[in-house]
Design a protein around this ligand. Sequence first.
Ligand code: AMP
Length: 709
Amino acid sequence: MKLSPFLIFAWLCLRTTTHATTARDSLRPGEMLNNSSILTSAQKKFSLKFATIEIPNTSLNTYLVIDRANTTGNVDWIGNRNDPLAYNSCALTLNHSGALIITRHNGDSIVLYSPAEATNRTIATLLDSGNFVLKEIDGNGSTKNVLWQSFDHPEFVLLPGMKLGVNKKSGMSWLVKASISRAKPASGSFTLEWEPREGQLVIKRQGQVYWASGLLRNKRFEHIPEEVQLMYEYNIVSNEEEESFSYTTPNGVSQWVLFHNGQLKDTTRGSEIARADTCYGYNTDGGCQRWEQPTCRKKSDQRDMKKSIRVHFAAAVASLVIVITSIGIFYIILRRRKSALKDNTTRTENKMLKLVALDRYAVSKHHCEVKKRSDSRVFSYASIIAMTNRFSVENKLGEGGFGLVYKGKLPTGEDVAIKRLSKGSRQGVIEFKNELNLISQLQHMNVIQILGCCIHGEERMLIYEYMANKSLDFFLFDRTRKMLLDWKRRFNIIEGIAQGLLYLHKYSRLKVVHRDLKASNILLDENMNPKISDFGTARIFSPQESEINTERIVGTYGYMSPEYVTRGIFSIKSDVYSFGVLILEIVSGGRTNSFYSGERQCNLIGHAWELWQQGKGLELVDPTIRDSCIEDQALRCIHVGLLCAEDNAVDRPTISDIINMLTSEYAPFPLPRRPAFYSRRMPNEECRCTKGSECYSVNGLSISNVVAR
Ligand code: AMP
């Protein structure tokens, strides 16, 4: 609901005592503005006038204000908030010496500006930005100097173009000061300031930082809800002259009001920017800052105090004390209950953050408020909600082992994919941590890029670059869509995956074995370029490690190498095996597990081997691409696929050998041997495949540990 300023600030309900005669926007030397006249900016956006505020029991309630023309209550600036005037006794004058003064009948004048040297060549104009500017002009009427402007004296409102910060030359600091109460516009204790050293906005109360915006990343402050910031363009200036912050909006209409209780709102849109009123000194949500605890009183202080209490607070007020104490206790109990509830949530979230705590992430706060030392960022839950339109069905991209995947839009307009971990999935939590930890350290054009994460309560999400063409299986195994993958594209995909693997195995800072390479984990961008994704089960190898033995076998049947399935041994050669299967799938357009050829061969590798042996390799090529197929390349791919699928890991080529063989006619090509999981005659084999089903043969060895994905 868009709140009317009337409801928020009683004193914003002004009674304008003015009745415009002729509209003008400037005061010239000798001219004055009294409570029966008005200045209106050129396009009639703002007006400057005297207005009264209904403050009970006082007659001193007239103020010089700038407000929106033709509206009531939208006060943007007050010239004398701490020095109200009596009704009907005031005027604003630009005198012949260049001074801008609020005069009153019985009392001192309020000098807004007084020049060091008298000058009669001045003009004070109300601009359409809401800025009231006093300028020195030359004989032609051109501006020589800005002598004074209301934008240099923000009150409780920050308008587009107004600055927060400091002018290093003049020493003038720009800050917004909240009012003292709902009823009175006088300066209160909350201030909105720009902290140039940290590069963040802060809300302070009597010098104590209550709220901080967090750093500006990708043009957005960490602790201001993403959706609130969509409208704003921030301008940060840091040079010899000034350190400042200001903002603009596309239509220039905005009004950041700092309220008496520390809330910061854009009242033109009713949106909350900051809630310093919920910062109690111990909580850290939404940008709240912890305060230093006060030091204990000395014993002597306590003794003196007790003595004084004995003397001055006597039995006569004991009953009053009892009442106050009871109220106090009741209040404390309520507060404790509330904070216990909050602490409970915080503890759970902190536990989660600890779980995903990475070397590169120093976890400092809950609600994803993580200080980052990497490019990855932490998204607020509110921003994810906004980006995915509340996880709407229309935004759903797909579903994987991790959970549902949604499309989202960043405020910059960039599309992203958001993986939302299924709730309560223990397996998923481990994968979440692994993926975040690992993938955020990788950067290659054939490896999916992670943009950040979000943890909120039990929710855990990963945010990736968006891949417009989903995954390889979406095209490859669909009768119609596979036609879009002609030979050139397929070869390009094979090469791209090989390059991504080379990076993972050899050239990234970590030696990574993916462990679940398959068609659905190859994503395609708008140009059908492949990117390896899903690092939930990937493992980092130390430079000395060549293989790892595990009891927890994770992967997908049909892509897993024999030594991994039967003995739990995995190495870069397990990925090579999976890649071989993938190559054969890409060439043939069929799934590894759904091949069915007569009675005997029941998997893709076996089928490919049979054809190769008979010199009929090209028969493996997907019939839909036979026209576009470059035969030599296709045969080379099949040859490489079979080499990758060899039974013995040491006989399989490395990924650099593979790239050599794929791209160079002169690379040495060993002859493939009989691949794994293949036997010529299988009368006693337990090859239980039927067309379209998963099929494997492990010669009687147990694979009960396999975690199917
Ligand atoms: P996954 O959990 O990685 O297996 O993803 C499940 C499905 O969501 C994939 O098969 C894709 O269709 C889709 N998907 C995953 N990541 C992305 C992404 N970065 N861009 C577009 N679609 C994606």
